[in-house]
Design a protein around this ligand. Structure first.
Ligand code: FES
Length: 330
């Protein structure tokens, strides 16, 4: 037994070599400044992140050799976060390696739960350790660490900015209005009823005025699927039937579940399918949901023809397009 205790007390480690910071106050001050510089760099990294997120326009690009054109805002956010995290980690490690107590300690094993005396001893030891770590004696480190940690804690708050502002009625608006012609996509060619055979399906967009151009957002909200059935195949009330023209019916292409493109049409069953989560809409019953997670039909665009025989919208969509959202009840 006594020889086992001997082994624990003297495991044969090489003689302990003291660090220069333990014996040379100037080396300790140098290490302290290095740690402080790392914490300051971390704080600057966080400021770069915040500046990039808030003030850099999201359409500015920077050319970087080898990497090519980089999105300036994302580059700033990424570099800021990398600098902030790396420097705060490097500073903490450098602090621990150079300035914290350098003692070899043998911790003997004990039962899982310590007795009360040991627990009190532990609390006392932790407090002593905190005192020995010298935060009180090293105000420079204390302040720079506080600044670095405080600023890094602000970063998650920035994400709250992505929650707002509320969309209000923005999501309910599209470019469709009464009289807007339906044009082919691609091609922008106005469509007539005879361009679509029975059983055919086509994607269309609203016609643009000569001085207008489409953004990707417009295309995402305006895309319409035209489907031609035989008029007797519809199972619609009189009002909905009046929104069709010679068997042609028009729905938003944006799934009312989570906004994927409803891109599959089963000609035999007359079902539209969303490939994302398999919501299935019955074309003959005004895109009623017959399967899948979607909670409401695809919005319908009432159509007719103008004096020249081109297909036009009678009115905007009957409902907001796209996924249901929190300002809607469904
Ligand atoms: S997005 Fe269409 S079913 Fe989920």
């Amino acid at each position: 037994m006594s020889s086992e205790i001997e082994m624990i007390k003297d495991p044969g480690l090489p003689a302990h070599v003291h660090r220069s910071m333990d014996i040379d106050p100037k080396a300790a001050q140098r290490a302290e400044r290095q740690v402080a510089i790392l914490f300051i760099l971390s704080a600057l990294g966080t400021l770069l992140l915040i500046y990039s997120y808030v003030f850099v326009q999201d359409d500015i690009f920077i050319f970087i050799p080898v990497l090519g054109n980089m999105h300036a805002q994302q580059l700033g956010i990424g570099m800021g976060m990398a600098i902030a995290l790396f420097c705060i980690g490097a500073g903490a490690i450098h602090w621990a390696k150079t300035l914290m107590p350098d003692e070899e300690v043998i911790a003997e094993r004990h039962e899982f739960r310590s007795d009360d005396e040991d627990r009190e001893e532990f609390v006392k030891t932790v407090k002593e350790g905190a005192a020995v770590a010298g935060l009180g004696r090293r105000p420079l480190i204390k302040r720079t660490l506080g600044a670095a940690l405080g600023l890094s804690a602000l970063t998650p708050l920035l994400l709250l900015r992505d929650l707002g502002p509320l969309p209000k009625d923005e999501l309910t608006k599209t470019s469709w209005k009464a009289g807007t012609r339906l044009v082919t996509d691609p091609g922008d060619r106005p469509l007539r009823a005879e361009d679509l055979e029975v059983g055919a399906v086509a994607q269309t967009l609203p016609e643009l005025a000569p001085d207008q151009h489409r953004t990707l957002n417009d295309i995402a909200k305006d895309a319409v699927l035209l489907i031609r059935l035989r008029p007797e195949e519809f199972n619609l009330d009189a009002e909905r039937l009046s929104w069709t023209h010679e068997g042609i019916i028009a729905f938003s292409k944006i799934c009312s579940h989570m906004g994927c493109a409803v891109a599959l049409y089963e000609q035999q069953t007359k079902h539209l399918l969303c490939p994302c989560h398999q919501s299935t809409f019955d074309v003959t019953r005004a895109a009623k949901v017959i399967f899948g997670p979607s909670a409401r039909p695809l919005p319908q665009l009432a159509i007719t023809v103008d004096a020249e025989g081109y297909l036009i919208a009678q009115a905007p969509f009957n409902e907001p397009v796209g996924p249901s959202f929190w300002e809607r009840s469904s």
